[in-house]
Design a protein around this ligand. Structure first.
Ligand SMILES: [Zn+2]
Ligand SMILES: [Zn+2]
Length: 445
């Protein structure tokens, strides 16, 4: 309820104050949106955000979301006729089968210049919303608790602004509405398909809303910013026994507990946490059926978060983990096996692109405060784009007036909607810097 009251109070601040703020925002823009234009686009963006927030859909099931995106793009002038300068690409091949909810739109200014891509993820989470927002989720057990509804509405508003101002730009802009960020598939399917190569994309940008960072602040780092995420499954096999006579079996639960402890301790003892930040977490331990049998089998699952690849021989993390399992399993007389699953790689911001672009964003838009970000052990499938293309990943502040303080994936996650204006401003500013006909940015890579 507290959040609802605060939201209403924010609503009262609209009117004059907001108009002044819109005028200030316009000072940021080379494209010179007047206050009225910006006010109308901002209102439409917030309306789309509310609609998306009310109907969250999980990865690979974003059909309603995808339809809303396509209809909005159509309304603002993007057609499904690929011969036009503002087209929607409806993938019907293998990529379309894997990702039927994917929407890509391309604005072709018909003038030579770089091709830049903005990516918004569109999926939500399996979570029951607990926010009291007037536009809270209408879908039980589903919630946009990672802000992908904000990313999507910002990108739709960007597509609208740039469509209206295309005569002042050169090159092309690709608007990529990506499904399934929170689950397997998504970015890796798109990158492996090669569609961005066919579109000749030179650089890819994404933003993610970030709690507890003030609205107007944008954070990023040059180089590694988010860790990679990999998983493993360990199967322990031994003899079961009567719990009164543990010496007759292999006490697989005690062995599994020791293995879990050893693996959690491994970073910082075998790997430098300063040079190579690493976390090993056991996330599941399954064994036994009750109190009268000591089981003969156990399964432990876990994740490794690091900024290096788990099969990089110079770190040999797989070898270290397996050595520790063997050292704990052998005294108990257990046999064991491990399955490794490589997941999302680390997300790395392109140093050269960062160096060329970031100071100019700050110069061009004094309302956005660009600050150094913090490395995080969280992971993001944007990393797949960054493996192949020069990329930058921005954290967008969402905290203001008591809103935007709850962490991502919390059932009480709420953004301050002023953050949407700032996200739109960031994407417009980047486009203006790179695709400005008066001052082309030049080579991106
Ligand atoms: Zn998330
Ligand atoms: Zn997210």
């Amino acid at each position: 309820m507290k959040q609802f009251i605060q939201l209403k109070k924010v609503g009262f601040m609209s009117g004059l104050l907001q108009k002044i703020a819109f005028c200030l925002l316009c000072l940021c823009s080379f494209l010179k949106l007047n206050a009225q234009d910006f006010s109308a686009i901002s209102a439409e963006m917030k309306d789309i955000y509310h609609q998306l927030h009310q109907y969250p859909e999980i990865g690979h099931e974003e059909f309603r979301t995808s339809e809303l995106i396509r209809k909005t793009l159509e309304r603002i002038g993007y057609t499904s006729d690929s011969g036009t300068c503002s087209a929607m690409i409806l993938e019907t091949g293998e990529l379309g089968k894997k990702l039927p909810t994917l929407v890509i739109a391309v604005l072709d200014t018909q003038r030579p210049g770089p091709v830049i891509c903005f990516r918004a993820d569109i999926d939500a989470l399996k979570l029951q919303e607990n926010t009291q927002l007037p536009f809270a989720s209408q879908c039980p057990g589903r919630m946009h608790a990672c802000g992908h509804d904000a990313h999507t509405s910002i990108l739709l508003a960007t597509a609208k602004v740039l469509k209206e101002k295309q005569d002042e730009l050169c090159g092309k802009v690709v608007f990529l509405f990506q499904p399934a960020e929170e689950v397997a598939g998504g970015a890796d399917d798109i990158v492996n398909d090669g569609i961005l190569d066919r579109l000749r994309v030179n650089a890819v940008f994404a933003l993610h809303v970030a709690h507890a960072i003030p609205v107007g602040t944008v954070q990023l780092l040059s180089g590694p910013i988010l860790s990679g995420s990999n998983s493993f499954t360990i199967r322990l096999i031994g003899r079961s026994s009567h719990p009164a006579f543990p010496e007759q079996g292999n006490d697989i639960i005690l062995a599994g507990a020791e293995i879990a402890l050893e693996l959690a301790k491994l970073p910082a003892r075998q790997i430098s946490i300063v040079q190579c930040p690493t976390i090993i977490s056991i996330t599941s331990f399954q064994a036994g059926t009750g109190t009268s049998i000591m089981p003969g089998e156990a399964v432990l699952r876990g994740t490794i978060r690091s900024f290096f690849s788990i099969d990089d021989p110079s770190y040999n993390i797989q070898g270290l983990v397996e050595k520790h399992i063997q050292a704990r399993a052998a005294p108990f007389g257990l046999t064991w096996e491990i399955q490794w699953k490589k997941g999302t790689p680390p997300t790395i911001n392109h140093p050269h692109l960062y160096q060329k672009l970031v100071p100019r964003i700050q110069q061009a838009c004094s309302l956005l405060q660009i600050q150094p970000g913090k490395k995080s052990m969280a992971s993001e499938d944007f990393a797949y784009y960054a493996q192949k293309y020069p990329c930058l990943y921005f954290s967008l502040g969402i905290a203001k007036d008591g809103l935007g303080e709850q962490p991502l994936h919390s059932s009480q996650f709420v953004i301050h909607e002023r953050a949407l204006d700032m996200g739109l401003q960031l994407w417009i500013t980047i486009t203006e810097i790179i695709l400005n006909t008066q001052n082309p940015f030049g080579q991106l890579d």
